[in-house]
Design a protein around this ligand. Structure first.
Ligand SMILES: O=C(O)c1ccc(O)c(O)c1
Ligand SMILES: [Mg+2]
Length: 620
């Protein structure tokens, strides 16, 4: 399907918007009237600029409060329409959007509305123009696309058609199957927008919280499926009003928009058993390794911390200053090279996670999908006998490596010389449970889309977690078997842990890694015995815990003595404890799941309060 986007969806002035939209790969652009009015160039110049960028102007919008105006307001409304038609001709577009009237003066009389559109159709056709009618969810009389379609059908004029907007339809829960009744020849354009499920006034919800398909909770793919089913072949045009996007990067938001359209069209084709548009979502079989970049001075400190956590040095890279640490099914890599990607990462951030290695079923297909979604590949020079493990860019410029499932042992064997001495007893860690990333509030939805569009994952609902100094938004993406779980964390408040991380770390990245074990008390004791420093949890927490869950007092006492946190849903239990942070940059979490599928969100507030004691400007 052809792609289009409304100028209101991205930040900047009209010229920078057009540039970002063209660079992202869109075929067309809707000119939002305010962007034109505020621009210091004539509509003719804007039209030329659009075409110079290789774009088509798909729509001029909106024309408000048109139909059903009483008395002499009616004549004025038609005069206004003629002025819009002048602008359209200068811009070089033949389509204008009339959104349903919200004026308290508007008459709801059907025949009047039909007559108004018949006259507008006659005026438009004489100038070679077309008019599309959109039902706003908060329209005074017309707020359901089925009613707008009935009016368009009754007007029965070649210059009068319908415009659908997924937000208005889906916010009001208008059944998607109602699209089947629409004649595709009279569906002039379709606008798409997703949104989080919020119980909110339609207008406020629409103007501030819309987001890209895949970032919200509306069934956009099924909506697009219904469009394919009626044979609609016009553009899919994003129209996103979102406070964060207005504050974000125009090129980043435009690229996300393009990505979201590619993803949603593909998904719609799959659910309707049509040939796929792009390679399928990447199935993740697990996290094969996590790689840390570290300088020569920080690497031994990190190695000591891993040792205290029960990891053993099991391999050294055949020629590089890279070591492999192992425990259970977990592989950690410390990269101390003094050139190349990891080194650059270390220079910017200090010792921290620079890459994730994921086992996937089909690497070629994964790279195809990443390419179709315009996710950047990464390659660096390797020696002639060294493997080039394919990778793409991820959060904060980090990398995601793809390793074909089944080849991982061969990769380790080829790249690493085993270290066999000095194996210590482990601390009972089995596997990576989840990886938490911190990111700017404005980029949160971008990374959510990145994971959701590229991988076979589902999203959990977004949570708001109270840090002592502000709210942190948190949401997880999870593979079906939970072998891959990432939590995304972003905060608009400057002093939350999440925001301090960004500032201190110079960008987005891995803030903590959680490892799973089968006996949390044994694991905790083993780590403490080896000198791992843990985060202290206040006694008040345990008093409250005992009251909330009516737990065995002996268990509560034991948890309190160990700094272990607890959560329960039904009879599913979760135990967790935390390390102190490494160089205030990242920390580790250790969890035992007894059937529990969440992240102990209620405990995050306690953890953030405990960690805030170690803020730079706080004593201790
Ligand atoms: O919020 C609005 O007014 C508005 C205007 C034009 C549209 O296409 C729309 O969906 C909403
Ligand atoms: Mg709209």
């Amino acid at each position: 399907m052809r792609t289009s986007i409304a100028t209101v969806s991205v930040s900047g002035t009209l010229d920078t918007k057009l540039q970002a939209i063209a660079a992202a790969g869109f075929d067309g652009v809707e000119i939002f009237e305010n962007d034109l009015i505020g621009y210091a160039g004539s509509p003719r110049e804007v039209g030329a600029m659009i075409r110079d960028h290789g774009l088509v102007c798909t729509l001029f919008q909106p024309f408000r409060d048109f139909e059903g105006m009483p008395g002499d307001l009616r004549a004025k409304t038609f005069d206004r329409a003629e002025r819009k038609f002048d602008i359209m001709q200068e811009l070089g577009t033949d389509l204008v959007l009339v959104c349903s009237n919200v004026s308290p003066q508007a008459l709801g009389d059907r025949q009047r509305i039909i007559d108004d559109f018949s006259e507008l159709g006659a005026r438009a056709v004489s100038r070679g123009l077309r008019v599309g009618y959109e039902a706003l969810a908060w329209g005074r009389h017309i707020f359901d696309h089925r009613d707008a379609w009935e009016i368009v059908r009754s007007v029965d004029h070649p210059a009068i058609g319908l415009i659908l907007d997924s937000f208005h339809s889906l916010a009001r829960r208008v059944p998607i199957d109602s699209i089947a009744a629409i004649d595709p020849a009279k569906l002039f354009i379709v606008q798409v927008a997703d949104a989080p499920a919020l119980d909110m006034d339609y207008l406020y919800w629409s103007r501030h919280f819309r987001n890209m398909p895949g970032q919200g909770d509306l069934p956009i793919a099924d909506y697009v499926r219904a469009l394919l089913d009626i044979g609609y072949d016009g553009p899919l045009s994003l129209e996103i009003f979102n406070d964060r996007f207005r504050a974000g990067s125009s090129s980043g938001v435009a690229l996300d928009g393009y990505r979201s359209l590619r993803m949603v069209e593909d998904e719609a084709r799959r659910i309707s058993a049509r040939p796929a548009a792009i390679a399928p979502r990447v199935k993740i079989d697990g996290v094969e390794f996590i790689e840390f970049a570290a300088s020569e001075s920080e690497a031994p400190v990190l190695a000591d911390m891993l040792s205290a956590m029960g990891f053993t040095l099991v391999g050294r890279h055949v020629r590089k200053a890279v070591t492999r640490w192992r425990q259970g099914a977990i592989n950690l890599v410390i990269n101390c090279e003094t050139e190349g990607f990891a080194h650059s990462h270390d220079i910017v951030h200090g010792a921290s996670v620079c890459a994730l290695g994921l086992r996937v079923t089909d690497v070629a297909s994964a790279l195809d999908r990443a390419g179709a979604l315009r996710i950047a590949r990464f390659e660096q020079a390797v020696a002639s006998d060294e493997m080039q493990i394919p990778s793409v860019r991820g959060v904060g410029g980090s990398l995601i490596y793809f390793i074909e499932t089944g080849t991982q042992d061969a990769v380790w064997a080829q790249e690493f010389v085993p270290v066999t001495d000095a194996a210590q007893a482990d601390a009972g860690l089995d596997r990576i449970d989840h990886i938490a990333q911190a990111m700017g509030y404005e980029e949160f939805l971008s990374w959510l889309l990145y994971y959701f569009a590229l991988f076979d994952v589902t999203k959990t609902p977004q949570l708001e977690i109270a840090d002592p100094l502000g709210i942190v938004h948190s949401q997880a993406v999870e593979s079906p078997d939970r072998g891959f779980r990432i939590t995304l964390n972003g905060s608009a408040a400057a002093q939350t842990l999440s925001s301090r991380f960004l500032h201190h770390y110079m960008g987005a990245g891995v803030q903590h890694i959680a490892f799973a074990c089968a006996d949390i008390f044994a694991t905790r004791d083993a780590m403490v015995a080896r000198g791992l420093e843990l985060l202290d949890i206040p006694a008040n927490y345990y008093d409250d815990l005992a009251a909330r869950f009516s737990l065995d007092p002996a268990l509560v006492t034991r948890m309190a003595a160990s700094g272990i946190l607890y959560d329960r849903v039904g009879d599913q239990e979760y135990f967790q404890f935390y390390s102190r942070a490494f160089a205030k940059r990242f920390f580790f979490e250790f969890v035992e799941r007894r059937g529990y599928d969440g992240y102990g969100a209620g405990n995050a507030t306690i953890r953030l309060a405990a960690q805030s004691r170690f803020r730079d400007d706080m004593p201790g």
